[in-house]
Design a binder for this molecule. Sequence first.
Ligand SMILES: Cc1cc2nc3c(=O)[nH]c(=O)nc-3n(C[C@H](O)[C@H](O)[C@H](O)COP(=O)(O)OP(=O)(O)OC[C@H]3O[C@@H](n4cnc5c(N)ncnc54)[C@H](O)[C@@H]3O)c2cc1C
Length: 394
Amino acid sequence: MSHTPDEPPPGPDPHRTAVLRSHVREAARELREAGLEIDRDPTAIDRHLHLAAVDIMRRCTVPVEYLAEPVRAGGHTFDMSSCLEHTITIEELSYGDAGFMLACPGPLMSGVAVSALGDDKQRHAYYQRLAGPDPVWTFFGLTEPEKGSAATELETALTPDGDGFRLDGAKAYVGNAAYAQLGVVFCRRAPGPLGIEAVLVDTSSPGFHAEPIPTVGMRGARISAITLRDVRVEREQILGYDTLKPTRRGLVGAIRTLQRFRPVLAGTAVGLARAVLDHVREQRPAPTGTARLRYEEVRDRLAAVRRRNYEVAAAIDAGSVRADRIAAVKTRAAELAEEATVVAAELLGPGALAADPYLNKLHRDARAFEFMEGTGHIQRLAVFQGVVKRTFLA
Ligand SMILES: Cc1cc2nc3c(=O)[nH]c(=O)nc-3n(C[C@H](O)[C@H](O)[C@H](O)COP(=O)(O)OP(=O)(O)OC[C@H]3O[C@@H](n4cnc5c(N)ncnc54)[C@H](O)[C@@H]3O)c2cc1C
């Protein structure tokens, strides 16, 4: 299916990652039509829950001990706790369809927060629920309407109330929140960055309300607005409350989750960009002259970003979390995904965006990467700090 050149991903066991890649690639084959359907009606995911890709997303990052049937291929078992394996999985599913992948049930970002911050009991309860027979959608509620990129200034309040707490505030642009059964809400128990907590919230709790926000692209992400009014929170719902010092809780979890997830998101952008370029090759197999050069230039830069993303993800697995490099690869991948759709529109000729529903969808979907997991400006600030500290190119 893929025409974009492959190379063995880095990491301690390239054979293992190559096995995973071809396993997920196989599952992603059936997502193109389903992705277009989800673009028209994001709730259509309910009609595709039998697909192998949904199964992979449901089990992705759930520890194997909770699963009756973990993801297995070529004699290996995968739980995607490795950032590299998670990145490869998401890239391949996004090559199939990024919107479909984001509409799937499963832990997505909330799982990384629970795993980073939750105590044994909290992790157990969360994963048991995710591994149960019914599909469970989750959300990761960080962004607020007036505090997008300034996440450390969030205002959603966690106030002591009797022997527990209550939660009041609003969140914006939160993937799947209007359809989810549970998720993580970042909130403030005290002033300052260290007063932030991460709380596990059941969406059936009285006072929790979420509704979809209409979008033109990446409609599978089903971004939603949440309002929280007097939502009762028990102390057991605060991630790490009994096991971690306040300085190691909420904010640390948000940062760790975002950093761990950025190569995964870059993988989403790379997968979509590969899909765009392969679509161009199918529609115009033998471009010549400037058109060919333009295509090859984007293809080669994409191959370089993809390789770099694998390296960054493998470095995270090896314990080296370099915020500047993570930020750089996320920005480049997001930019290239957008550029690939622009180049595709040029190469496929006037009217292609209107006449070709698949290209039209990819063109709209690719715009989301700029905002997801931090805008380009914020990422460039992280790169700038790395340049000033002389760590970026070291
Ligand atoms: C498809 C999609 C899914 C999403 N899913 C989730 C989710 O699941 N959970 C969640 O919590 N959020 C989610 N988001 C929200 C996303 O994280 C935010 O869009 C992002 O944090 C930016 O916030 P904002 O849109 O309010 O923009 P703002 O922060 O208001 O930024 C607007 C502009 O100002 C610039 N800017 C802001 N601050 C600075 C600064 N200090 N210096 C320089 N420039 C600056 C930005 O770069 C941007 O260009 C999602 C968004 C999208 C598009």
